[in-house]
Design a protein around this ligand. Structure first.
Ligand SMILES: [Zn+2]
Length: 380
C-alpha cells in the first residue's frame, strides 16, 4: 500500500525550512534545525568536518535509522545550501505556487527535497509501515560545484541504492544521465608597453584572449556537450598595453570523448593565439565531477520508477546538463538516481514550486520507502 502523507504538515515544514538562512558555507542554522528534527525521529546523526575544511559554518550531516522491515539500506540525499541571495527568504503562497517575495531565491532547490524526505519518513513511521534501514546525507556547499560532498567520507555509506532529490522537472521523472564538468583556467601573458608612445613594442594579453575566444565554438556544442566562458579579467589603465589576462571557462559532456575534444580545441585556440601574437598562455584543467549513466535496470531507477507508477505519475528517464551530488555518489560506486522535484526557475528570484508537486514529491518518497516486491532490490 502507499502511505498517506500529511500535506499541511509538509507545507509548514517547507515554509519553515525556506525561511532558515542557508547560503553556501553558511549552513549552520539549517544544520542545527535538521539535526534536532532527525534526532527527534530516532536517527543517529553525525556532522563531518567539511565546514572546517571549507571555511564554512557547518559540515555534511550523515544520519542513519534502523529498518523496521526487510530490505537493503536506502540512501536519500539533498543539499542544505542554496544560491545567493538566499538569506531572509519570505516564502509565501501565490495561487497554487509557493514563491519568495521577489528579493531572494525561494530555496525550493533544495528545500523541496529536504521537506519531502522528512515528511515521507514521518508519514511511513506514524502509520506503522515497515521500511528498510535508512541513510541520509545532507550536504553543504553543493552550489559551489559540489565542494561539500567532495569532503564527505564515502566509505561510511553502506547503501547500494541512492536517491538524490535535486532536479527541476515534473515529479515522477528520473535523471539517469549527467555530464562531467571540466574547469579550464588560463593566464595569458603579453608584454607591457606605453600605449601612446611605443605600443608596437607591447603584446596585448586582452587581444590574445579576444582572438582565441573568437576562434572557439562555445555554448551548445552538440546534444551532449556544452562550453562556456564564465569570466575574463584584465585590469589596467588605458595607457599601458595589458600584459596579463585571465579566462575561466567550463566544458560539460556526458560523453568523455567529446568532452576531451572540446577541451583540446579550446586549449589549442588559446595556444595558437598566444603564439601568433608573441605571448604565452598557462592553462590549468580541473575535473569537478564525473559523468554517469545509470542502467534502467539498476536498483534506484527500478525502485523509483515502480513507486512513481504506483502513484499514477508519468515516469520518464532523462538526462540533465547539470551536476549534482549524485555525480559523486555514482563515481564512488553507489548507484544513485536523481528524482525530479517540481521546482521551477531555480537560481532566480522568481523560483517557485507548485504545492501539488511538493505533495507528490513527499508521496513519492513514502512510496519508495514502502516499495513492494516489484521494486524490491532482491527481485533483480
Ligand atoms: Zn540543487
Amino acid at each position: 500500500m502507499t502511505p498517506d502523507i500529511n500535506a499541511k504538515r509538509l507545507l509548514n515544514s517547507f515554509l519553515e525550512l525556506c525561511s532558515i538562512d542557508a547560503e553556501p558555507t553558511r549552513e549552520r542554522a539549517m544544520a542545527d534545525h535538521l539535526t534536532a528534527l532527525l534526532i527527534g525521529l530516532g536517527f543517529s546523526v553525525t556532522e563531518d568536518d567539511a565546514g572546517c575544511r571549507l571555511g564554512g559554518t557547518a559540515g555534511n550531516l550523515y544520519a542513519t535509522l534502523a529498518g523496521s522491515g526487510s530490505g537493503e539500506t536506502l540512501l536519500f540525499s539533498c543539499h542544505m545550501d542554496r544560491v545567493v541571495p538566499g538569506c531572509g527568504v519570505k516564502p509565501q503562497l501565490a495561487g497554487e505556487y509557493i514563491v519568495s517575495d521577489g528579493s531572494t531565491v525561494l530555496g525550493a532547490d533544495d528545500v523541496a527535497g529536504l521537506a519531502a524526505v522528512l515528511e515521507g519518513i514521518v508519514a511511513v513511521r506514524e502509520q506503522g509501515l515497515p521500511h528498510p534501514p535508512l541513510e541520509l546525507l545532507f550536504s553543504v556547499a553543493e552550489e559551489l560545484s559540489l565542494l561539500g560532498i567532495e569532503q564527505f567520507d564515502m566509505s561510511r555509506l553502506v547503501s547500494r541504492c541512492g536517491f538524490v532529490l535535486d532536479a527541476g522537472g515534473p515529479v515522477g521523472e528520473i535523471v539517469v544521465m549527467a555530464p562531467e564538468q571540466v574547469r579550464l583556467s588560463a593566464v595569458i601573458r603579453g608584454r607591457a608597453a606605453h600605449a601612446g608612445i611605443a605600443p608596437q613594442e607591447g603584446v596585448s594579453a586582452i587581444q590574445i584572449a579576444a582572438t582565441a575566444i573568437a576562434g572557439m565554438r562555445l555554448l551548445r556544442i552538440d546534444a551532449e556537450t556544452t562550453a562556456n566562458i564564465g569570466s575574463i579579467r584584465a585590469d589596467g589603465p588605458t595607457n599601458i598595453v595589458p600584459d596579463r589576462c585571465e579566462i575561466n571557462a567550463e566544458v560539460r559532456s556526458t560523453d568523455p570523448a567529446r568532452l576531451a575534444v572540446q577541451v583540446a580545441a579550446m586549449q589549442q585556440a588559446l595556444e595558437e593565439a598566444a603564439r601568433a601574437a608573441g605571448g604565452q598562455v598557462e592553462i590549468s584543467l580541473r575535473s569537478n565531477y564525473r559523468s554517469y549513466r545509470l542502467d534502467p535496470a539498476s536498483a534506484p531507477v527500478r525502485r523509483a520508477g515502480a513507486a512513481a507508477s504506483r502513484l499514477g505519475l508519468t515516469v520518464r528517464h532523462r538526462s540533465t546538463g547539470g551536476g549534482s551530488d549524485a555525480n559523486f555518489l555514482n563515481e564512488r560506486g553507489i548507484p544513485t538516481a536523481v528524482l525530479c522535484c517540481g521546482f521551477e526557475k531555480v537560481h532566480t528570484c522568481q523560483e517557485r514550486i507548485a504545492v501539488a508537486e511538493l505533495t507528490r514529491l513527499a508521496q513519492w518518497v513514502a512510496a519508495i520507502l514502502t516499495g513492494g516486491d516489484e521494486a524490491s532490490l532482491s527481485s533483480r
